[in-house]
Design a protein around this ligand. Structure first.
Ligand code: HEC
Length: 132
């Protein structure tokens, strides 16, 4: 018991330091590390690796335009995660949900809170900023 009390301040300190970062900057950094090789640095789908694939990675700057002007955030997160993809979706794009997408944060929508991995939310937040 004494031992547990002794370690508690340390554990709390670690929690504060690990505050999930869902900012546009975090999303941009994650995008550059994990997505740009295929989707291109500008998101337009011409990454060095992407152009060699059978399925050319789509332009990620037109996601809103192709969805009636509304950024399809939840669909985008599902596709990145791998949770919801059509059967025709190319196997070339990894399912990032099997990797560590960081601690979860609660996203409130219509009064319902859904836990979402911080990195996934940051990626979607960043992609929304590059819509045409
Ligand atoms: C190895 C290459 C590769 C990597 C890495 C990759 N993608 Fe993809 N991505 C693709 C391909 C290919 C498709 C098209 C799949 C299809 O429609 O059959 C795609 C489709 C998508 C779509 C759907 C676009 C649409 O028009 O509906 C989104 C969103 C997306 N990728 C985001 C990302 C994000 C964000 C990352 C990084 C976390 C990423 N991708 C990493 C190859 C890749």
């Amino acid at each position: 018991m004494r031992k547990a009390l002794y370690f508690m301040p340390l554990a709390l300190g670690a929690c504060v330091a690990a505050e999930p970062d869902t900012s546009v900057e975090a999303g941009r950094a994650a995008y550059e590390a994990d997505c740009a090789a295929c989707h291109g640095a500008d998101g337009r789908g011409a990454g060095d690796f992407g152009v060699q694939l059978f399925t050319i990675p789509p332009d990620l700057t037109t996601l809103s335009a192709r969805n009636g002007g509304i950024f399809p955030r939840d669909e985008v997160m599902s596709v990145i995660d791998g949770y919801d993809r059509s059967h025709a979706f190319s196997a070339a794009m990894p399912e990032f949900g099997v990797l560590d997408l960081g601690p979860t944060v609660i996203v409130e929508e219509d009064g319902i809170g859904t836990p979402v991995p911080a990195k996934l939310l940051a990626l979607a937040t960043y992609l929304e900023t590059i819509q045409e």
